[in-house]
Design a protein around this ligand. Structure first.
Ligand SMILES: Nc1nc2c(ncn2[C@@H]2O[C@H](COP(=O)(O)OP(=O)(O)OP(=O)(O)O)[C@@H](O)[C@H]2O)c(=O)[nH]1
Ligand SMILES: [Mg+2]
Length: 335
């Protein structure tokens, strides 16, 4: 944060860090631009804010007929328990994986650069879904200018690699080199990332799972995966899969559920049985107050207490808004 900023700017920046949807982020960016002190020391940040506003405005406006950009939208609104982006070199099997896991009709090609635009799809896991976003390859030959913007709502990434491709080590190195100037960092840590006041405002930090594909073509997938990890030094947790024989595919949902710390919360109305069909999802550590916000903003504002049924509480226990929830909890919100 620049020095000598007004409380107004400070608040706008804090809101920006918390904003989850592209629309909210754009609104916060505009407010930051309006309230930032206009002097030499902030010129760089002002310019950056302006370019981010322009980028996001254009992305949200979508492709225009006769405009410079054509094709589907590059903004994918997060849905389900979390959004997870598929990143990887050309032809590594991202779209095949997407199609198998989500039932999407993501185009699979014999040749690299088949996918050109983001494609969302839902991976079902028990009674929730994860949103997987298929993406074009990350390669120096063609890097979509909108990629970082599209990755913004993602909570995590799958780094999809074909270990049978002799160029895979170089390609994955290149992918990291290309993401870095776009301020996208892949990390092996799946602990929730909480940005501090001094952290890069526009950084995107994605917990990453290395997904080795096409294992049906490898003689000894686990050994080749171990060699790849040793050679590259990439510390990501890893999973070996094949869309041909199905290896490993059923492990992805449980991995995401566990590592993203998903907590399912069921709601009930006083005197009625709980709705066990559609849970709200929060992250481990989130509270009754956070669920209330998901149910309804007004309920959240007027919340007095909640009654809770769950594995870690006695039935009907009265708790406050700061009570942290556990997976499977049933809550009754009282205003
Ligand atoms: N044997 C085998 N082939 C696979 C597997 N997954 C993908 N393929 C093949 O690999 C090729 C590329 O697959 P895609 O899913 O289009 O790869 P992609 O990463 O989406 O490619 P781009 O969109 O160009 O980046 C296709 O010929 C697929 O049939 C797998 O698990 N086993
Ligand atoms: Mg593809």
């Amino acid at each position: 944060m620049p020095t000598n900023v007004t409380p107004e700017y400070r608040a706008a920046e804090a809101d920006f860090r918390k904003a989850r949807t592209p629309e909210d982020r754009l609104q916060c960016l505009r407010e930051m631009l309006r309230t930032i002190p206009k002097h030499k020391g902030t010129e760089h940040l002002q310019a950056e804010l302006k370019s981010k506003v322009k980028e996001l405005t254009e992305a949200l406006a979508g492709p225009r007929k006769g405009g410079a950009r054509t094709g589907p939208s590059t903004v994918v609104h997060a849905e389900g328990a979390a959004q997870v982006a598929l990143l990887g070199p050309p032809n590594s099997g991202k779209s095949s994986l997407h199609a198998h896991l989500t039932g999407s009709h993501a185009e699979v090609g014999l040749f690299p650069f088949t996918t050109q635009f983001p494609q969302p799809g839902m991976l079902p896991f028990e009674d929730i879904n994860f949103q997987l976003v298929d993406l074009p390859p990350v390669s120096a030959q063609h890097l979509p200018p909108w990629l970082a913007n599209t990755l913004q709502p993602a909570a995590a990434a799958l780094l999809v690699v074909d270990l049978g491709d002799p160029g895979c080590v170089e390609q994955v190195d290149e992918l990291h080199r290309l993401l870095s100037p776009a301020r996208v960092t892949l990390t092996a840590s799946w602990e929730p990332y909480v940005p501090g006041e001094e952290d890069d405002l526009f950084a995107i930090v994605l917990p990453t799972l290395l997904v080795a594909t096409k294992t049906d073509q490898l003689a000894d997938p686990e050994a080749e995966l171990a060699t790849f990890r040793e050679l590259t030094g990439y510390p990501y947790p890893a999973l070996a899969v094949s869309t041909v024989d199905g290896q490993g595919l059923d492990q992805l949902g449980p991995f995401l559920f566990e590592h993203l710390g998903v907590v399912r919360v069921y709601t009930k109305i006083p005197g009625q049985p709980p709705d066990m069909t559609r849970p709200f999802t929060v992250q481990r550590g989130q509270t009754v107050g956070d669920v209330a916000v998901l149910v309804h903003k007004e309920i959240a504002a007027d919340l007095r207490y909640a009654r809770l049924w769950g594995r870690e509480t006695f039935d009907g226990q009265q708790v406050g808004r700061d009570h942290a929830l556990a997976d499977g909890d049933v809550v009754e919100l009282h205003t």
